[in-house]
Design a protein around this ligand. Sequence first.
Ligand SMILES: NC(=O)c1ccc[n+]([C@@H]2O[C@H](COP(=O)([O-])OP(=O)(O)OC[C@H]3O[C@@H](n4cnc5c(N)ncnc54)[C@H](O)[C@@H]3O)[C@@H](O)[C@H]2O)c1
Length: 314
Amino acid sequence: MRVLVTGGSGFIGSHVVDRLLAAGHEPVIYDLRPSPWHVDADPAIPTVIGEITDRAALEAALSEQRIDVVAHLAAVADVNDVHADPETAEIVNSRGTAAVLEAMRRVGVSRVVFASTIWVYSDTEAAVVDEETLLPAPAHLYTSTKLAGELYCRSYQELYGIEYTVLRFGIPYGPRAREAAVVPSFVNRALAGEALVLSGDGSQSRRFVYVEDLAQGVVDGLADVAVNRVYNLVSDEDVTIRQIAELVGEYVGDVEVVVGPARPGDLGSKVVLGARAEAELGWTAQTSFGEGVRRYIDWKRAQTGEPDAELAGV
Ligand SMILES: NC(=O)c1ccc[n+]([C@@H]2O[C@H](COP(=O)([O-])OP(=O)(O)OC[C@H]3O[C@@H](n4cnc5c(N)ncnc54)[C@H](O)[C@@H]3O)[C@@H](O)[C@H]2O)c1
């Protein structure tokens, strides 16, 4: 299938491009910038430089590139960026998703896989949540914009027959991650010999997911069984922020861990279940957290020319 990957130059999107290629699909990137991770790709990855709110440009990309399905990942994905510029986040995330769906409707592309987030569960009362959990109005604007995207997918299916798959991503980490994310920032600080700062006491747990596993989940989300379904893509491993700091310290060397302020609108310690993705898509997160962090550190060291963990005898 020819798949338009919006946000295909980003952290997760670039891995989606790789996994699509590996699965025999033909990815086409739609992004504000070319992928820094595919500069030397052979053959080159077709890329359309465009703004996600530009419906006319999206329509042109869909028809000129003969697209079968859209994997929609373009977004303001960093909650700190959302906090700093909420209006842009609302335009890009919510209206951008509406523009994608509307361009699809006009051109006649009738299948979308939408990148959502397990942050949609942030405001639920339940300690254990799955795709059937009813969602109260979210506190964080990032979550509101992603939930709006989910709702628009549902509405376009009902009104115009566009088939959707909503994938609620767990917290991704791995090669190409944004520097501000918790694993990269801990690794960078540790490699620089600086203290690791926890948000709150660090006891909040996360279900992280290794980015290549997540990207495989997007490919699996193209299956017919996934039409008009919602899936959590999470691992079944709970990791506290403090454990991450300790793991990074173990791999990189002795580092100091200090307690900082808690983050507003945080997901907290909720257990998000991923059983549906396993049962229906056959998808599970294959990479353990320890293995994933080790691969990330090796990748990071390779980027900066340092010896990897294996060579360093870690
Ligand atoms: N990283 C996370 O923690 C996380 C967690 C859950 C869900 N998600 C979702 O996964 C998706 C990808 O996130 P990511 O971490 O790879 O983010 P990223 O910032 O690395 O990638 C986003 C990509 O979208 C592009 N983009 C941004 N604004 C655009 C615009 N106006 N027009 C066209 N392209 C634009 C960027 O250039 C970038 O390449 C997002 O939809 C995000 O909400 C991310």
